[in-house]
Ligand binder design. Sequence first.
Ligand code: ZN
Length: 273
Amino acid sequence: MHRRQFLGGLAATALVTVAGAQEAPRLSVQGAAVQGYPLFVSVSGSLEKPEAEWQGKTYRLIEGGGRWRAVLPIDIDCPTKATLKVAGLERSVPVKRRNYGMQYLSIHPSTLASYDDPQNKADDVAILAAIRGVDDVQLWKGNWLLPCEAPESTGFGQKRLYNGWKKGWHKGLDLAGWEGQAITAPAAGRVIHRARGIVNGNTLVLSHGLGVFSSYFHMSDFAVASGETIEQGQQIGSVGGTGGFAPHLHWETRCYGAPVFPKAFLQLPADWH
Ligand SMILES: [Zn+2]
């Protein structure tokens, strides 16, 4: 009895096994493709150390959750048509323009001069050196949280003109916390750099894995040591004005060293929680 149904079940099982053995690479591109945002790229299938080619650079993908993953930076002036190549697959990515605005700043000439101080440049070089070569698996779980419950005082990405002539741009976002207010880790990670910069002030850099980093400037003091593993929500320091500023937190997020819009991590694509 029911002999036909039984045979039908066997045939279906055999088909699934064959399909599973020859899994073709499948590329997934998630997140808002906007200038200055992170792009969430993953590829599944039987692959050997795949790489991504994106905006003239090559990135190594890292295995995690059954896929190879990378969070790629979309340059703030990325052309509106870009091409992503991963493991022999090619995807055209239409990138939306975003105007982050312009800020005209008038600051004391001695403060402006400190930006060009060789020590300030060395401070920035040390941050980038700490970031280079770190390629952990994804250390965070879930959407990120704001590191400090305070209103935003200067947005990410604003172009800046200091004293009418010196150009720059704001690579993080500023949160107008008060002196001594707790700064908490927005996501799990590891402290990879702790320094006292002459302009950046007391500085921490966290690695969150997959080439994603966050940094914190002008802190009044540190609550964690270099090399320490950090949980989401753990206090890492306090808001201050070190480096010669009114108290605030300058918060940056970077993908492989390139600054990206920090708030993009507060609402992650479904596969990236
Ligand atoms: Zn800032």
